[in-house]
Design a protein around this ligand. Structure first.
Ligand code: ADP
Length: 160
């Protein structure tokens, strides 16, 4: 049986922390689908197409990683993709409460899916897309935290 994992998220933008998780997942599963959430409530700064294109460019060397986007419930998307495992990243204890809520809700919606949590390298523990947007939005830079093409896109986006 093909072992497919889905890594869902907003990825606004994708960071080196996300890429660390994707690499780890790609070594554990036959296929990893990075699924960009078409987020209607969060109002992302990058469009779905931009976010997906950024990730695609960053994972082109991982042969078993695909990039897709989805709308609606992850539980339904998992069924459509016949995927059993959803990957989520756990940084610090602060992520736990929200991730537990999400995992239990998803289990209630789709009893066939499991959520697997992966930890990134320690240097990405406090890295969030929100922090990246804040820093670049105020003219700062974060060394080694986002891929170069994402940094270029951020500098262009927030250019005065
Ligand atoms: P969401 O809106 O789904 O929380 P994110 O793009 O912020 O989307 O995150 C997607 C997943 O990646 C979440 O499980 C999140 O905890 C995880 N994640 C985000 N940043 C990091 C990081 N620096 N290291 C590891 N995992 C991360």
């Amino acid at each position: 049986m093909k072992n497919t994992a889905v890594y869902p998220g907003t990825f606004d933008p994708v960071t080196n922390g996300h890429l660390d998780i994707i690499k780890r997942a790609s070594e554990m599963f036959d296929t990893v689908i990075v699924a960009v959430l078409i987020n209607r409530t969060k109002k992302p700064v990058f469009t779905t197409q931009e976010r997906a294109a950024q990730i695609k460019a960053c994972v082109k060397n991982f042969k078993n990683v695909k990039v897709d986007s989805f709308d609606g419930l992850l539980a339904d998307y998992m069924r459509r993709k016949k995927a059993k495992v959803a990957i989520r990243g756990l940084r610090a204890v602060s992520d736990l409460e929200y991730e537990f809520q999400l995992a239990h809700t998803n289990r209630g919606l789709n009893k066939d899916m499991e959520t697997v949590f992966l930890m990134p390298s320690a240097q990405y523990t406090y890295l969030t897309s929100t922090m990246v947007r804040e820093v670049y939005g105020h003219g700062g830079k974060m060394q080694g935290m986002v891929p170069p093409r994402v940094e270029r896109a951020l500098l262009k986006l927030y250019k005065k």
